[in-house]
Design a protein around this ligand. Structure first.
Ligand SMILES: [Fe+2]
Length: 358
């Protein structure tokens, strides 16, 4: 299976991974042949692309770290929570949080049972469902970091709950402002910057789990070097949950299409996290993160510096910029070998990945 951008989707291509609609309904199941109407629907939802199966990508299996159903149910639960809070009803908040507790236990269970694997999936989001999908993604990514850092089960639960609720305060802020395409005025930014405190206050009053949850929510925009908000805390004065979620949040946000920016590639997001290690981000957290998330996910098409093109076939966890590549024919040229191994073939040590096609 491999990832293709939506511009390259053609009728007759065979779907590799399920795609869901706005309400969690299954739009496409693996094995379905694409039709023009399906492609139009995927474009309308503004998915960046999809996974397909073809002869070039045989043998590449791309698995999510949690099941598709768990992800969808958690996304819908976040959406329900927002709807209730926006309508002013705090009735039912307790029972909704109970449901979140179930999802978080399941997410942590999945992450623990896959703790030696790296995240290899190109995440696919529906444009207008970003808020909910982002909350769940930040929860999954934070759990991956927490497990890799050796947090115990109780801490992982609290971290997962903090992560899924980290932007709860945004539910109280005007959506038009949150999705404003252009530059924010100082005043507008000041409103948005209130969301960690608003989320924290709400949870302090309504959620009776550990205080570490609302402290983590409060501190997820603090920066390691003290330049963040709301309090300009630095280093270990920022709760570990805040430091972990800061990395997961930024990674997921910058790799997503937003009204005010185009998505960056996973490899570019890696560079960003590395470049800000010790600045915005705790270097220990950033170091763990870049070892757990593939910069070149399996199944993406890449261009190599020697002019060859291929699909990332297999990542080596300790050498993630040097994957095994399955070569693709290019116009007028069929490569003599099927695979090249950037890690093990010493004749290729100066060959690098120069472009990712998404
Ligand atoms: Fe936030």
């Amino acid at each position: 299976m491999r990832f293709i951008s939506i511009e390259h989707a053609q009728e007759g291509m065979i779907v590799g991974r399920p795609l869901r609609g706005r309400n969690g309904e299954t739009l496409l199941t693996p094995g379905t042949a694409l039709k023009g109407t399906f492609i139009e629907t995927i474009k309308r939802l503004r998915y960046s692309g999809l996974y397909i199966q073809d002869e070039f990508s045989e043998g590449i299996e791309v698995e999510d770290i949690i099941t598709d159903d768990l992800r969808q149910n958690a996304v819908l639960a976040v959406r329900r929570l927002e709807a209730d809070m926006v309508s002013g009803s705090s009735r039912g908040f307790g029972s909704q949080i109970e449901a979140f507790a179930g999802f978080i236990d399941d997410i942590i269970e999945s992450v623990l049972s896959n703790k030696d694997t790296v995240m290899n999936l190109v995440d696919l989001k529906i444009f207008d469902q970003y808020t909910y999908q982002h909350s769940v993604n930040v929860c999954v990514l934070s759990s991956v970091i927490g497990v890799a850092m050796g947090l115990d089960r109780a801490q992982l639960f609290n971290l997962g709950m903090t992560a899924i609720l980290h932007d709860l305060g945004k539910f109280f802020i005007d959506k038009e402002l949150l999705n404003k395409p252009g530059r924010l005025t100082g005043e507008e930014f000041a409103v948005i910057k209130k969301h960690p405190e608003m989320g924290c206050d709400y949870l302090r009053r309504n959620c009776y789990y550990s205080s570490s949850i609302y402290i983590g929510v409060l501190q997820h925009h603090e920066r390691y070097n003290g330049t963040g908000y709301p309090h300009g805390r630095s280093g270990s004065d920022i709760h570990i949950f805040g430091r972990i979620i800061a990395v997961a949040d930024v990674y997921d946000a910058i790799t997503s299409l937003r009204p005010y920016h185009e998505p960056v590639l996973p490899s570019e997001a890696h560079e960003y996290i590395m470049g800000n290690s010790g600045q915005h981000f705790d270097p220990d957290v950033a170091g763990v993160f870049i070892r757990k998330i593939a910069p070149f996910p399996e199944g993406v098409e890449v261009l190599l510096s020697n002019g060859l093109r291929g699909v990332v076939y297999k990542n080596y966890p300790e050498f993630m910029t040097r994957p095994l590549i399955k070569l693709l024919p290019i116009e007028g040229y069929t490569p003599k070998v099927e695979f090249i191994d950037l890690k093990d073939d010493s004749s290729l040590f100066n060959v690098t990945i120069t472009k990712v096609f998404t």
